[in-house]
Design a protein around this ligand. Structure first.
Ligand code: G3H
Ligand code: 13P
Ligand code: NA
Ligand code: ZN
Length: 330
């Protein structure tokens, strides 16, 4: 059944777990998430960026998600729009039936220039007014996502600030967070705590303490009724990186956020954990292995390739449902 982000995360808070929110663009990613959720009995957040709607066509995307809900009626599903760059983008998603939207007013409409607090409050409050009037939840964002190691936003081609960022911008201020929620009334708040989007988060193997856990705790203490969201939460699994490179890939050395660190974040109040890159890696790794592994050189049925990719992605989804404690909560 379709539920709102508020409903899903209120339950997560009550029972002390978090939900992974997987970015989806196509049939195979949606099937991977749903198959894994069905196997372990987890609620689901399917999130689509504006780019995903453009890629698939918004009507296709809308109906793919509705098909998932109809196929798995026992699984609660949040249909969430990721990183809306303007109120218009959010309104469009609401019209398509999304039960939750993210208004990312931490960046200007170009999605790469950090915005000031007043702009963020104004645009986010406008979206909350519209969304809440029709029973849709809203996620806002305060702070600029970027790696504390590199000072860079990390994403070359998508959502993220350009250029080098100050250390102070990279951690959400707890007082400002409290004001932001008071002024906007968002249901969920994405906070900057040392993660960045994309595959290139850390250049060296992370050694504990890469997330600002103390910061999460401080913000959570001030905002017990606002659900905290962690973006840029892919773990960049080294086994998938190695599989890609073993079959012709040329991905340089890079590291993500270890699952154990995310679990620490969940203990201190994180309720939604955004993951896109890990499913991209599982898709590409599975596809490369299928095409270059020597086992399928006479295969001409693309469904076999796509089934392998779906299974690869589902294995990651399942592992995250289990690690974040959402397994068994559907
Ligand atoms: O936060 C960005 C997500 O990874 C979505 O990326 O805009 O390429 O779909 P996208
Ligand atoms: P990753 O790039 O770490 O998968 O983060 C995805 C994300 O935050 C989408 O909003
Ligand atoms: Na942002
Ligand atoms: Zn994000």
């Amino acid at each position: 059944a379709l539920i709102t982000l508020r409903q899903a995360l209120d339950h997560a808070a009550e029972y002390g777990y978090a939900l992974p929110a997987f970015n989806v663009n196509n049939l195979e990613q949606i099937q991977a998430v749903m198959q894994a959720a069905d196997a372990v009995d987890s609620p689901v957040i399917l999130q689509a960026s504006a780019g995903a709607r453009k890629y698939a066509g918004e009507i296709f995307l809308q109906h793919l998600v509705l098909a998932a809900i109809e196929t798995y009626p026992h699984i609660p599903v949040v249909m969430h729009q990721d990183h809306g760059a303007s109120a218009d983008v959010c309104v469009q998603a609401i019209r398509l039936g999304f039960s939750s939207v993210m208004m990312d007013g931490s960046l200007r409409e170009d999605a790469s220039t950090p915005a000031d607090f007043a702009y963020n409050v104004e645009v986010t409050r406008r979206v909350v007014d519209i969304a809440h009037a029709v029973g849709v939840s809203v996620e806002g964002e305060l702070g600029v996502l970027g790696s504390l190691e590199t000072g860079m936003a990390g994403e070359e081609d998508g959502v993220g600030a350009e250029g080098h960022l100050d250390h102070s911008q990279l951690l959400t201020d707890p007082e400002e967070a409290a004001d932001f929620v008071r002024f906007t009334n968002v249901d969920a708040l994405a906070i900057a705590i040392g993660t960045s989007h994309g595959a290139y988060k850390f250049s060296r193997p992370p050694s504990g303490d890469i997330l600002a856990i103390e910061r999460i705790r401080e913000i959570h203490a001030r905002l017990p009724n606002t659900h905290l969201v962690m973006h840029g939460s892919s773990s960049v699994p080294q086994e998938w990186l190695q599989l890609i490179n073993a079959h012709g890939g040329e991905i340089p050395e890079t590291y993500g956020v270890p699952v154990e660190e995310i679990v620490q974040g969940i203990r201190h109040g994180v309720r939604k954990v955004n993951i896109d890159t890990d499913l991209r890696m599982a898709f590409i790794g599975s596809a490369r292995e299928f095409l270059h592994g020597g086992q399928h050189n006479r295969e001409l049925d693309p469904r076999k390739l796509l089934t392998a990719a779906t299974q690869g992605m589902a294995s990651i989804c399942r592992a995250r449902f289990e690690a974040f404690g959402s397994a068994g909560q559907a």
